[in-house]
Design a protein around this ligand. Sequence first.
Ligand code: ADP
Ligand code: MG
Length: 339
Amino acid sequence: MADIIQLLPDHVANQIAAGEVVQRPASVVKELLENAIDAKAAAIKLIVKDAGKTLIQVIDDGIGMSVTDARLSFERHATSKIRTADDLFNLHTKGFRGEALASIAAISHVELKTKPEQDDVGTHLIIEGSKVVSQEVIVTLKGTSISVKNLFYNIPARRNFLKSNSVEMRHIIDEFHRVALTHPDIKFVMFQNGSEHFNLPKSNYRQRIVNIFGSKTNEKLVPIKETTAVVGISGFVCKPMFAKKTRGEQFFFVNNRFIKSAYLNHAVSSAFEGLLKEGMHPSYFLNLEVAPKSIDINIHPTKTEIKFDDEHALYAILRSSVKHSLGQFNIAPVLNFDR
Ligand code: ADP
Ligand code: MG
């Protein structure tokens, strides 16, 4: 029989990977914001038009890229963040898969402007269909600007199945919140269809929460601080009387990365036992610091799931430290009359 197996061309491989990495405009927002943070930006600006369907642009004042790096950054598995498989267990950056820019460039029109601080001039690239179609020298500020236009222009099925602008915008704002909450030391600005939507100055964690969720949030916050051999916990839970009917503001960050965990959520909820009416959900903003080698983040391309070495210990510590903090703030149980 004749041989029939072929290696897929890069562009096709990138488009396949994009299916996992880029589910919707908000996924692009997440990847670009995380790249700006990994580039050590002090200020990050996000611009979206039509809920990201026509434009998503992220401008940072980070380390920028040389011309060679700028071109290479759009190749698949091209990353400055890890070098060996061992590095996977000692991650200090948000990125490491070297997939985001390649994936994004396979399904949109991309424009990149970048300049390292020490260089006099920068690089301007236009990329279409994963190919650099224009490369120029430009005068620009230190840092990087990446514009992603016409997302899914070549995947009509994906484009047509995008939700309404208000739903897609909700997802973008959720991602923006998650990233802005992990980095109160970075200034974030967001523009939507030409008007300023958020302007978050550099501040501390409590102030960042208040700047995002409103001044009334301040009085709701109960601080948590706990250091054990397994985990360091810091952040806030909201007082039980401010619990909500919907699961709104529930945030876990592990080593500065937003994660979803029904298991840890259960640990927190159970610490509120007897303090909440049935069907009410506590709000929380909790940061867990664990040894990088005790977790595996490489479970899903979007990196919102995580495997812990010692999940049970984490559960117990989290539960008891939330309980302890609530107790310290002398919070009386709510009597559940209408049950
Ligand atoms: P990853 O973040 O996993 O390394 P990406 O595809 O997101 O993969 O980015 C590829 C590389 O491009 C990064 O490793 C980094 O070196 C470079 N890069 C991307 N965005 C920026 C940025 N905003 N500033 C500086 N370098 C960047
Ligand atoms: Mg990245």
